[in-house]
Design a binder for this molecule. Structure first.
Ligand SMILES: [Zn+2]
Length: 303
C-alpha cells in the first residue's frame, strides 16, 4: 500500500502525471481538504477538467492558463461540495464549456428538521449540470472515454470516473489519499458508502487519483483497509452500546479522544452515520427517534 502522504502541491502550476493527464491543486488547504482540492486536466488539444474546486478566481485563472491554446471541451463534476463544484460555474462563464457529471445537490433524507446540521454549509445547492451522467455511462470525449461509476456515501450524488483502456480511476472524495472520507448524514450515508466501497473492490483499477492528496497505488489494499477501519469503528460503537445508553457527544469523547476538539462535530456526524445504519439493521435503538440529540443503546426498540 502506497500513497503520497507527503504530497506538496505547487499551487498555480499543474503537475504532469502522465502524457495528457495533469493535476492542478487549488489553494484551499484546511482540516477537511488537506493541501487543497485536486483539479484534474485530461487531454492535450481538447481538455476535460474534473472538479474545478471552490469559487477561487486565481485557481480558475491558473486552469485557463494551463489550457491556453487548447479547447476546454467539458467541465466534469464528481459531487456537490463547496470545495469541488462552485468553480465549475466560474469556468463555464469564462469558457462556455458545458458542466457534466453529478446531478444537483440532494439531501437524501430529512433528518435535521429541528436541528442544525454542522456540515450543511458544505453542500453546493446551486450546482446545475448541463448533462447528468448515469452509472455505467461512458462520457465520450474527443481524446478518450470516461466511464461513470455512481458511488454514493460521501454524498448521495457522488461519482467516480474510470479512464477507458487505462488502469486509472478518479476517486474524488470517495477514496482520498490522506484520510478516510467524511460520511455525514443526511447527504452522506454509511450503508451507501460501504456498498460503494464493495463496488470499487469489484473493479479492476488499482491506481486512484483522489480529490485530496496524492495518487493511491495498490488501491484495493488501501480500500480494504478503509473498509476494515469502518467495520472496527462499528464494532467499537456496538461494544459501547452493550454497556449502557449513550449520547453522540459521549460516544465521540470515548472513541475520538485523540483528535482535536474542533473536529468533534464532524466526528459526531460520522458516529451518527454508523448509528443510522445500525438502527436500520436493528442492532441499535434510539430514544426518541434517530437524531443528533437522541440516546442510543443496544438492540431494537421494544414495540
Ligand atoms: Zn466532498
Amino acid at each position: 500500500m502506497k500513497h503520497d502522504r507527503d504530497f506538496t502541491p505547487d499551487y498555480g502550476s499543474p503537475a504532469e502525471l502522465s502524457p495528457g493527464f495533469r493535476r492542478l491543486t487549488a489553494n484551499n488547504p484546511g482540516p477537511f481538504t488537506f493541501k487543497g482540492t485536486n483539479t484534474y486536466l485530461l487531454g492535450t488539444r481538447s481538455i476535460v477538467i474534473l472538479d474545478p474546486g471552490p469559487a477561487l478566481p486565481e485557481h480558475i485563472d491558473s486552469l485557463l492558463k494551463a489550457c491556453a491554446g487548447s479547447k476546454i471541451e467539458a467541465i466534469l463534476v464528481s459531487h456537490t461540495h463547496m470545495d469541488h463544484s462552485p468553480g465549475a460555474r466560474l469556468l463555464k462563464q469564462e469558457t462556455g464549456a458545458p458542466i457534466v457529471g453529478c446531478g444537483p445537490h440532494r439531501a437524501a433524507r430529512d433528518l435535521f428538521e429541528n436541528e442544525i446540521n454542522p456540515l450543511d454549509s458544505s453542500g453546493d445547492k446551486e450546482h446545475q449540470p448541463d448533462r447528468q451522467l448515469q452509472d455505467g455511462e461512458v462520457f465520450q470525449c474527443a481524446e478518450f472515454g470516461l466511464e461513470t461509476i455512481e458511488t454514493p456515501g460521501h454524498t448521495a450524488n457522488h461519482l467516480c470516473f474510470a479512464l477507458q483502456g487505462e488502469d486509472l480511476l478518479l476517486s474524488a472524495d470517495h477514496v482520498m489519499g490522506w484520510s478516510t472520507s467524511i460520511v455525514a448524514p443526511p447527504d452522506g450515508s454509511m450503508r451507501d458508502y460501504m456498498t460503494s466501497i464493495e463496488k470499487l473492490l469489484s473493479r479492476p483499477e488499482t491506481n486512484y487519483y483522489p480529490g485530496h492528496g496524492g495518487k493511491v497505488s495498490d488501491a484495493h489494499t488501501y480500500v480494504q483497509h478503509l473498509k476494515r477501519h469502518r467495520l472496527q469503528r462499528e464494532a467499537s460503537i456496538l461494544a459501547l452500546m452493550a454497556k449502557r445508553s449513550w449520547s453522540i457527544p459521549e460516544i465521540v469523547n470515548e472513541l475520538y479522544a485523540d483528535i482535536d476538539v474542533s473536529l468533534h462535530p464532524a466526528a459526531g456526524l460520522s458516529v451518527f452515520a454508523h448509528l443510522e445504519d445500525l438502527v436500520e439493521r436493528g442492532l441499535v435503538s434510539s430514544t426518541p427517534d434517530l437524531s443528533l440529540t437522541a440516546h442510543y443503546s443496544n438492540g431494537s426498540k421494544p414495540s
